[in-house]
Each structure stands twice: as C-alpha cells, then as structure tokens.
Design a protein. Structure first.
Length: 544
C-alpha cells in the first residue's frame, strides 16, 4: 500500500477513500439496472428464449444478495480492504468476460460471478467509509450519505446508460466500461485504501450459518425471479428457501460465532431500518419495472426515450445524496425519513395519472424529480440509523445486513408487481389496454410505502442526543465504535505497517497519533481528557 506524504491534507486522503467506495457501489447497482433496460437488445443478439430471459438479471441478483452477509463477515474477520480489493478484481474480470460472452450459458455463469464480486465490495466499502470518517465531527454521516446516494444514482444512471449504449455502441459496452472503471478503482484501492486493525481475529467462521443463509437466499430469490407459480418447481423452491432462512435465524441463537447475533435485532433502529430498507427497495424496484413497461409497452416509447425519462430522478438523487448528511443532524433521523417517504408516496400517486397525451414537463418530469428526492433521503437515513450504533469490528456485517434487506426487497417487489400485472391484464392485451395492470402495480407500491410510513413514525427512535460513551472514550480496551471515526486520519489512511515506519521518524511524543481528528479535540480538554489521550496513544501503539 502506497503511503501518501504527510504534507497531503487528511481531507484529500479521506475524499480519495470515499471516491473509491462510491464508484464501486455505483458500478454494482448500475450493472443491475443497465442490463435490465438492455434486455430486449441482448435477447435478440444471443437468441434468448422467454424461459431463459429472466436469468440475465436473476443470475447477478441471486449471487449479489446471497453472498452479501458472508462477504461482510469475512471483511470483519480478515480485513475490509482485503475483501474489497478481491471483490473489485472479481467484478472487473467477470465484467470483461461478460462483454465477450458468445452465448447465454457463458453470460449467465459470469453474471453470477460478477454478482459475487459486487457482494464482496458493498459491505466492506461501507465499513471502510464508516471507520475512516469521524462520527463526532459529523463527517461520518455525510460520507455515508454520499455512499448511499451513489447506489441510488447508479440505479437510475444504469437505466440511462443501458438505454443509450443498447441503441448505439451495443450492449457489450455496458460490461466493457464496467471493466475499465473497475480496473481504475482496483489500482487506486491497492495503492491508497486504508486497512484497519482486526479486533476479533481469533473468531472462527460459522460455516453452517454460511450454508443456511446462502442456500436460503439463492432458493428464495430464484423462486421470486422465476415467477412460474403454475409449476410445482417455484412454490417448492420458495418453501425450502424460507425454511433454510428460518433455520439460519434459529441457528444464530446457538452458534458460538453467529453471522447476525440475535441481540442485534434489539439495538436501536436496527430492525426498523431493516424493514424500511426491504420495503423501500421492493417499492422502488417495482416502480421502475412497472413504469418502464408502461412507457414502452403501453405508450410505445423506445428504450432510449424511456430511459431518458428517468434522467430527472437520477440528477435529483445525485444532488440529494450529498445533502442528506447535513439534514439528519439538523432535524433528526425520524423526521427526515418521514419526509422522504411522503415524497416517494406522492410520486407513486402522481404516477397513476401518467398517460401518453400528457406532456413530459407537465407530470412525468415533476414526479421523477420527487421520487428521485425521496429515494436517497429514506435509503441513506435508514442506513445511517442502522450503522451508527455498530462497533468497528461489526460494520462490514451490519452494512451487509442492510444491503441484503434491499436486495431481498427488490426480488419481492418484482414478484409482487409481476403477479399483479399478469393477474389484471388479459394475456392478449396490448397498448393502452395494459394500463390497468400497471396501475394496479403502482397501487401495491403505494400500500407498501404506507407500511413504511407507519414503521418510521412508531419504531424509528430519534438519535439527536449524544451517543453513549464508548469503551475507547472510557480508556478501556475493547470494541471501538465505528461512529467515532475509529483511529485518526494518519493511522487510518496509512495502515499499520507504513504508519509505524513514519511514526518512528517523528518525535516519540507524537509517535502514535499524527493528525487524528479525535485526538486534537482531546488535547484541548482538561485533566481527564489528557488521561484519555495517553490511553489512546497506548492502544494505537499496541495495535500498530
């Protein structure tokens, strides 16, 4: 790992870390939505049949969702940087192979492996961001907001980029561009990404838990994605998947090294944020799916025009993703989530009135702006509510839990919308005759958002008060909360070995702390704070 000169401001180093993490997140989600809108073009090019067509999306989504939790746990045990870089390498290589794939079988296999790579990057990127930035100064919330927003932006940009490339350079360039960007991020990550002390290296891996959760998610999302409910295969697969997930939750109560300790569900906002993330993604994924079909099949728009109609949502999501971090400290997490849900709910209601004879600027544009504002507000705030109470050694797994909720929600939302559309519309319906089914899907989304609103009002607890004093603040060895920014900017960004070499060249008094934000605050305090500073220095020296 390359050590940046001490003259380089810590703000630049932190920004570099955030850019790497956000770009990886954007690529992960972009490869879901971009391929989604390019499906008709890909199907014609490699002769996909109706039965195999869904697997172009499902193979990636299944692997992505199934391996999020294991990848987050591996990051907690073996290092976030290491697992993140491995994930980037897998993602980039498989992206290139996907672009070169001559047939559907090769494409499906490497799309699944691409999803595995994405699963390795997401939770560990969250952990790296959470441990790089300081909670006490408010920078952690802003950084996590930017990270969460990058996923929302990636989803909408994927629709636009996929539509543009499918109609111009060709769908294979979706994967070629992903491979090139992955290579750039891989090089930057190897050179500059920070590493962190692993506080639970002696902990073993819960292999039974891995098997149960991965198997359960694969079967569950397979059944939801396949959607062939008239066949015995999908209902049976769904039931087995649910049984495996239930067995996983029961096993976690007895496992000596659980992936998700049962006590986590009783942490402030953990369960509520999980449900909000699940329902939000079910609603939004269902909305994109339904409105995309409405634009193309009912209104007769081509894929490029339909994709461009989502552009206002992407621009708004990008702007808001960099603003949410400033809103929650001012107004509190609960009010911000409620406002975001009301915006999203309003956009869904407005979308019921979409019609081919209504001008874009009159209704479609404002509704896309509103939903583009609501999505990142809710998604980022709920993510922050879950992660802010996670100790440093658990942020990778906690981030994986939240993203797993979203991926599961996406599959459930797609299944719900598909069932409603197929149930309402006649098999031979065409054009505007398809509108009743699409509007039925939007009504379902409105109902789900209503559930989310109730959860936010009654179960999200306000967090505007000062966080509880941590073991680190008490001067006791133990768990280091991620919300404290963990270990200071110099030590964080240079890593253990390189920082040790640099520190030995400095005076002994400042050996362990070069530019840490938290310590600078302590040094200005009175006698009790000086004692904490001594303890902190001893801890950093011991871990170096």
């Amino acid at each position: 790992m390359l050590t940046l000169p001490l003259s380089v401001p810590s703000s630049f180093r932190n920004a570099l870390v955030l850019v790497i993490a956000c770009t990886a997140s954007l690529l992960d989600i972009l490869n879901l939505s971009a391929v989604n809108i390019a499906v008709p073009t890909i199907a014609k090019d490699i002769d996909l049949t109706t039965s195999t067509l869904p697997w172009l999306i499902a193979s990636y989504a299944i692997a992505f969702a199934a391996f999020l939790l294991p990848a987050g746990k591996l990051g907690d045990l073996f290092g976030y940087r290491r697992v993140f870089i491995i994930g980037l390498a897998i993602f980039g290589i498989t992206s290139l192979i996907n672009g070169l794939s001559p047939n559907e079988y090769m494409l499906f296999v490497f799309r699944a492996l691409q999803g595995l790579g994405a699963a390795c990057t997401v939770p560990n990127a969250i952990a790296i961001v959470a441990n790089t930035f300081s909670y006490s100064e408010g920078s952690q919330r802003k950084a996590l907001s930017a990270y969460g927003g990058s996923g929302a932006v990636g989803f909408v940009l994927g629709l636009i980029i996929g539509g543009v490339l499918a109609g111009t350079a060709g769908w294979r360039w979706i994967f070629y561009i992903s491979a090139l960007l992955s290579l750039a991020m891989f090089i930057l990550a190897v050179l500059f990404l920070p590493d962190f002390a692993r506080e639970r290296e002696a902990e073993k891996i819960d292999f039974l838990g891995f098997f149960l959760i991965v198997g359960g998610f694969i079967l569950l999302i397979y059944a939801l994605s396949d959607g062939q409910w008239h066949l015995a295969r999908d209902p049976v697969t769904l039931v087995i998947g649910v049984i495996l997930i239930a067995a996983f939750l029961i096993w976690q109560r007895f496992s000596p090294y659980p992936l998700i300790p049962p006590a986590w569900w009783f942490r402030r906002n953990f369960a509520a944020a999980f449900v909000i993330g699940f329902v939000l993604y079910a609603t939004f994924n269902g909305y994109i799916y339904t409105v995309t079909l409405m634009f193309q099949d009912a209104f007769g728009y081509d894929s490029l025009q339909a994709a461009l109609y989502f552009l206002p949502a992407g621009v708004t999501a990008f702007i808001l993703s960099n603003t949410v971090g400033y809103l929650t400290p001012l107004f509190g997490i609960q009010p911000v989530i409620i406002v975001g849900l009301l915006l999203t709910l309003g956009a869904e209601v407005g979308s019921l009135f979409f019609a081919p004879d209504i001008m874009f600027w009159k209704l479609i544009f404002p509704m896309e702006v509103v939903i583009g504002a609501g999505l990142p507000i809710v998604y980022i705030s709920a993510q922050n509510a879950m992660i802010m109470h996670a100790p440093q050694g658990e942020t990778g797994t906690v981030g994986a839990v939240y993203n797993t909720a979203g991926q599961l929600g996406s599959g459930v939302g797609l299944a719900i919308m598909t069932a409603i559309i197929d149930g309402v519309n006649a098999p031979d319906a065409k054009g505007l005759d398809l509108l009743p089914g699409y509007r039925g899907g939007l009504y379902a989304g409105i109902g789900l958002l209503g559930v989310n609103l109730i959860i936010a009002i009654f179960f999200i607890k306000e967090d505007r008060d000062k966080p509880e004093e941590s073991d680190l603040e008490k001067g006791e060895p133990g768990t280091t909360p991620a919300r404290l920014g963990s270990r200071g900017s110099e030590t964080t960004l240079h890593g253990e070995e390189s920082n040790d070499k640099v520190e030995k060249e400095q005076s002994p008094v400042t050996t362990s702390v070069t530019e840490p934000d938290n310590i600078e605050e302590v040094s200005d305090s009175e006698t009790s704070s000086l004692e904490t500073q001594k303890t902190l220095k001893c801890q950093v020296v011991e871990t170096a």
